[in-house]
Design a protein around this ligand. Structure first.
Ligand SMILES: [Zn+2]
Length: 273
């Protein structure tokens, strides 16, 4: 059985003590590819270094909406240069986060930076990894509306394979309506640990209604540990618990979910089958 973790922050300090073992455990558990998204220019560099060191690791580069203190043209140029690396498969994670950022001008800056990064992704013809996962942002209100409007505009300007496969709404935490809009814009939906939570029936109902060929699995390690390891630091090998749950929801076997989501990820990120 082959699995792919499309979102794990392996550069994070919580993995400093045992990063090699974590990646080995992931490989032993059947994970053939691990995608490490960046938070800003420093972690973009870290992600690329990890991709160079470990054959199963791939990288994304970009600025996360809550990490924009050091966003400037010089650092953005640095990120752009890294994006030429053959193991950089996406721009991310980028997006909108109004939950942690309340100030009006900072929110405006988030949108501005997001647009710049979307344009960059279009220039280099690579998909994007989108962040909008905090409860209040994802379920209702301004953040969803603003993000979807910006994505809709961007999608109109795309052509070719990027138009068909523009990216993923990572760790999706929104309504069925938001998911549907994302699907209408050809985005994939990333499913993570919360699908396993005891009180997540609504979320499972939404995931039941998603087409399997648009689902990706991800751990978002070291965050969002799934049941039954919710008290532990999350790591890619725990993705099996997420695949198990999706299998149950969609009346498939875990092996089928592993195969489908691995081939979905290969299609989106273009790293072979
Ligand atoms: Zn993340």
């Amino acid at each position: 059985m082959h699995l792919t973790d499309t979102h794990c922050h392996l550069d994070y300090h919580k993995f400093n003590a045992d990063r090699a073992e974590v990646i080995q455990r992931a490989n032993d558990a059947g994970l053939i590819r691990l995608l490490v998204p960046a938070l800003q220019h420093k972690s973009s560099k870290e992600a690329v270094l990890l991709a160079e060191k470990y054959s199963s690791v791939y990288a994304a580069v970009g600025f996360h909406p809550t990490d924009l203190e050091e966003f400037n043209q010089k650092n953005f140029e640095e990120v752009k240069a890294l994006a030429n690396h053959p193991k950089v498969v996406a721009v991310g994670e980028i997006g909108i986060d109004y939950y942690w950022v309340k100030e009006k001008d900072k929110r405006e800056f988030q949108r501005e930076v997001l647009k710049q990064q979307l344009n960059f992704a279009k220039e280099i013809n690579k998909p994007v990894i989108l962040h909008m996962r905090e409860e209040n942002d994802a379920w209702f209100g301004e953040a969803s509306v603003d993000l979807l409007n910006i994505l809709e505009e961007w999608q109109k300007s795309l052509t070719g394979s990027l138009k068909e496969k523009p990216g993923v709404l990572h760790s999706f935490n929104g309504t069925l309506e938001t998911a549907q809009k994302g699907l209408d814009l050809n985005f994939y939906i990333g499913v993570s640990g919360p699908v396993t939570y005891k009180n997540a029936d609504k979320k499972r109902e939404i995931i039941r209604q998603l087409p399997l060929d648009k689902i990706l699995v991800e751990t978002d390690s070291p965050f969002l540990s799934p049941v039954p390891v919710r008290e532990k630091r999350n790591e890619p090998s725990y993705i099996l618990h997420i695949a198990d749950r999706i299998a149950e929801i969609h009346s498939k076997t875990t092996a089928e979910i592993a195969q489908i989501t691995t081939s979905n990820a290969a299609l989106l990120f273009g790293w072979g089958d």
